[in-house]
Design a binder for this molecule. Sequence first.
Ligand SMILES: Nc1ncnc2c1ncn2[C@@H]1O[C@H](COP(=O)(O)OP(=O)(O)O)[C@@H](O)[C@H]1O
Ligand SMILES: [Mg+2]
Length: 268
Amino acid sequence: MPTLALINQKGGVGKTTVTLGLASIAQSRGNACCVIDIDPQANATSGLGVWEPKMTIDRLLSEDHVGSAATAMTPSLWPNDSGPVPMVLASRGELAAIEQQLLVDPVGGQDRLARVLQGIAPSIRFIDCPPSLGLLSVNALFAADRVAVVTEPSAWATDAVAQILSTVARINERRSVPLEMSGIVVNRLGRTRDARYWHEHLVEAYPTLCLPPIHLRAAVAEASAQSLPLMALGARPGTSEAVDEFSVVYDKLVSARAEDQQESRHEL
Ligand SMILES: Nc1ncnc2c1ncn2[C@@H]1O[C@H](COP(=O)(O)OP(=O)(O)O)[C@@H](O)[C@H]1O
Ligand SMILES: [Mg+2]
């Protein structure tokens, strides 16, 4: 079962939205998944309708007990009559202070998340990262086995992606099994000439890593704001198109084929 980190050092590009979109697809397909929210802003936690978590990730990282996440997950309040809802390793603002604590740990600052996740029940795992390449994101990269970059099609996006790829390469020098770079999710693609231009720029720079894009649509933002899975918006215009786009990205990221991965490696 994959553990996928969704990363970008920039805020507002859609890491949380894409995490929630992928969790929506997992739920609609009856696949068990869990969302690990390692952003102190806790947007994935609230997007999954978790308001009173029984345990939060800052405490787990601070206590540093191997496998402690196994009993710390809270079920999402997303409606679902026919299968499992996503489980959530919830975040809260206090997580910001933990980064300082990790910085002064001489041995375990990088892999505490990997340690607390050890031995948890098998399911697809999505890790929603904070908007920085600091120690919380580094912990996500040590806990994951694959990573996807989420970006907007905007100026400097290509530079930001290059910086993440170089961070991943440095992490891989320290891992026994390298992280797979599963792809670049170009999100919030609008219909302006500017958006098209920067999208083409990204695709030119990373032709095999760039996945089919996700367009800017009010329905996508509404689902997160209402703490609902995408499909629950039903007849809202744009919902079924958004579901189709997230489905394609889900297939590429969660069930990516070995030969695709092989091809993408050439761009690293
Ligand atoms: N495809 C999309 N269509 C419409 N709005 C989007 C889309 N992706 C993200 N947004 C909106 O953009 C804002 C930033 O997205 P978010 O997922 O919180 O970014 P990040 O997690 O990278 O900081 C949110 O208000 C979100 O609802
Ligand atoms: Mg976010």
